[in-house]
Each structure stands twice: as C-alpha cells, then as structure tokens.
Design a protein around this ligand. Structure first.
Ligand code: FAD
Length: 350
C-alpha cells in the first residue's frame, strides 16, 4: 500500500516516525529541508536557542527510515495522485494531510506587512528587523503573543501587547490570565486589552481605542487554513479539514493544525501535543486496517475547554496548565521540563 504524507511538520514527521515500520511504502511531500519545533521560535527571536537546536533534518530521517522524500509543495490531489508545484505526481492508496496552518490577518489593512514568528524563515526575518527597533507592538495575546512579548521585554525592548478581548490569554482561565498579566506588568510591558486593531500603519497600529505607536509590529493574532486546504474537495468546518472520530476526512486522514477535531463535544487545540497524539493514532489505525481490524476512536488530550499547555514566561520560567489545574511554581523547573521534552522530541528524529 502506498501512503502519501503531505506536510513534514510536527504531525507529518511524527506520523512517519510511527508508521515507517509498517508494511507500507511512504512518500513524504514537504517543501522545507527541516522540521521545525515552533515552540522554540520565541526563544530563537531572543537568541537563547540557535537554528540547529530547534530543527530536525527531514532528508536524513527519511533516508534512515526508508521513506521517499519529495522536497516540494503539494498543489492538489486528484484521482489518487498528489500533484506537486514542480509537476511531480505521487501515486497513493491512502493520503495523510498534515499541512499545518497559515497566519490569519483577518483582512486587516496593512497587517500582511507585519512580522511574525510562525515559521523559521519568518522568525529569522523578524529577528533581523528587531535590530532597527526600540518600540515593538505585539498583536494577539495567545501563548505565542505572550511568549514573544516577554522575550522581547527581557531583551530590553519597549513592548506593547495589544489584545481585542478583555484579558490576555483569553482561551485560558482568568486565574492564568491574571498571573501572567502581573508578570507582564512587572517586566514593564504595556498591555492594552479590549483594543481591536483595524489598521496597521508604518508607525503603529490603529485600534478602536486610538493609535498605538511603535517601530515594528509582530503579528501573533491567529491562524487560518492554508490555500491548499481551501482547494481540497473534502469535508470542512470553518475552512479546516473536518475529521471523524477516527481522524478520517472522506478518503483521507488529517492530523495536526490543519484538522478540525471534534469528538464528544470536545474540540482539540492546535498544539504540538495534539499533533503528536493524532499522528501516532493514525499510524496505529493504519496498522489495524492492514490487519483487518476495526479502526480505533481518537481521544482528545488537549481540548479548547480543558487545554494542556506549558507557557514560557522568559527568564527561564514557565507555567503548566493541565486541563482544569494550573501549576504556577516552581517556574524554573517547569521551564526545564518543557525544554527537556522538546529536546527529547527532536532527538527522536536523529
Ligand atoms: C511560535 C509558536 C509557538 C508555539 N508554541 C507551542 C507550544 O509551546 N506548545 C504547543 O503544544 N504548541 C505550540 N505551538 C503550536 C505547534 O507548533 C503546532 O500545533 C504544531 O507545529 C502543529 O504541527 P503541524 O504538523 O500540524 O503543523 P506544522 O508544524 O506547521 O507543519 C506543517 C508543515 O506542512 C508543510 N506544508 C504546508 N503546506 C504544504 C503543502 N501544500 N505541501 C507540502 N507541505 C506543506 C509546511 O511547510 C510545514 O512544514 C506553537 C506554534 C507557534 C507558531
């Protein structure tokens, strides 16, 4: 059986790691040479980690595991073929979609000219632009926005964090928001909640509460499905690939950020943990399928109402949110555990 995997990010690579020993021929289609652990991108910005320590070489891993690596971007899938931008055609019996997500600018004027930390390339560009800045505006106060703002404050920048909701980290409990807000205030970050950006200009952002000035803007305000997903003729929910309880979307499987996973009224978060678990689950379901067994239902670990996350707060600190419980201390130990978990994850691809 030929299995095509589209996307060699965390979900795609983790799928390959779990599936390469199965009696299937795997082809991984990914335009980039490395898998990037995005959780470390805020620390790449501040120079605490370098490029090498957050990447795994896809070509080497595929070579070691006997997986064919097509270094190209998938353009479309048609009649059992993945067609890439350079015109390569990959035949498959089963396709695993793991194409991640793209930055969402919500159609806001000027937003596309801002910086971001969603990819390695974008983060390196942002890092370079910081050389000419003093006052930095971070838009969006989800985990990424909070982590970026605190890293920048530690580096000595004047940081303004802009959030349209009435508190930072709005998808977490008010207790978590307050705790992190107090740390931000101590670090001198100017937090502007209930401020919706509707225009980005050269010298700042225009919000419903007036203009906020800054030398550069880092956009951490959300994700949207990629163009590739937009053109796929499969079930969707708000543009994301809608999967069933077996992580199937029509005749494909979809995992990681590109998938909308709703099971028993719970919706999976778009996190590394979920990407890893979904990847492992699909590999196991393919194994069951090959043995003629029934597919197993997926169990969401980190859902929107009960998320699991380790939020880094600069200065080697982090907190752990585990479903309804938050562990606020010891912050240095939680930070160390997070770094060790990432190192271990990356080492599994060497
Ligand atoms: C700055 C930042 C910090 C984060 N911090 C955390 C954290 O602390 N904890 C946590 O759990 N999660 C964190 N996340 C989220 C986590 O990184 C993602 O949920 C995870 O990477 C999702 O994996 P994925 O494989 O679905 O997507 P990605 O890792 O983004 O991989 C998608 C891959 O698909 C490829 N691709 C896209 N389109 C195509 C195409 N048409 N053809 C072929 N390939 C294609 C891309 O090049 C990319 O390599 C963070 C994300 C960011 C951006």
């Amino acid at each position: 059986m030929n299995v095509a995997v589209i996307g060699g990010g965390m979900a795609g690579m983790e799928f390959v790691r779990h599936a390469y020993k199965l009696p299937v021929e795997i082809t991984l289609i990914e335009p980039k040479p490395v898998m990037v652990c995005q959780a470390l991108l805020p620390e790449l910005l501040s120079g605490k980690v370098d490029e090498d320590s957050l990447c795994a070489d896809i070509g080497e891993f595929c070579c070691k595991t006997g997986v064919e690596f097509v270094r190209d971007r998938a353009k479309c899938i048609e009649n059992g073929l993945v067609i890439t931008e350079k015109g390569k055609q990959v035949e498959y019996d089963l396709v695993v979609l793991a194409v991640g997500a793209e930055t969402n600018y919500y159609g806001i004027e000027g937003a596309e000219r801002t910086h971001n930390v969603n990819t390695l390339e974008a983060t390196l560009k942002t890092k370079k632009a910081l050389n000419k800045a003093e006052d930095v505006i971070v838009v969006g106060s989800g985990i990424t926005g909070v982590e970026v703002a605190l890293e920048l404050a530690e580096m000595g920048f004047n940081v303004r964090l802009v959030e349209c909701m009435d508190r930072i980290l709005p998808t977490f409990s008010p207790k978590v928001s307050n705790f992190v807000y107090n740390i931000m205030k101590k670090e001198g970050i100017d937090v502007r909640t209930s401020s919706a950006v509707f225009k980005v200009e050269k010298d700042g952002v225009v919000t419903n509460r007036g203009k906020i000035f800054g030398d550069m803007v880092i956009w951490c305000a959300g994700l949207k499905p990629s163009k590739f997903v937009e053109y796929l003729d499969i079930p969707k929910e708000k543009g994301w690939i809608k999967v069933d309880e077996f992580l199937r979307a029509g005749r494909a499987f979809a995992i990681g950020d590109c998938a909308f996973v709703k099971i028993d009224e719970k919706i999976a978060t778009k996190t590394a943990l979920e990407a890893e678990m979904q990847a492992k689950h699909v590999a196991e379901n393919i194994k069951r399928f090959l043995k003629g067994e029934r597919l197993a239902r997926y169990r969401i670990r980190s859902s929107i109402d009960k998320p699991i996350a380790m939020i880094m707060l600069a200065k080697n600190r982090a907190i752990l949110v585990y479903k309804g419980v938050t562990v606020f201390r010891p912050m240095r130990l939680i930070y160390k555990i997070k770094k060790l978990a990432i190192e271990r994850f990356l080492r599994s691809f060497i």
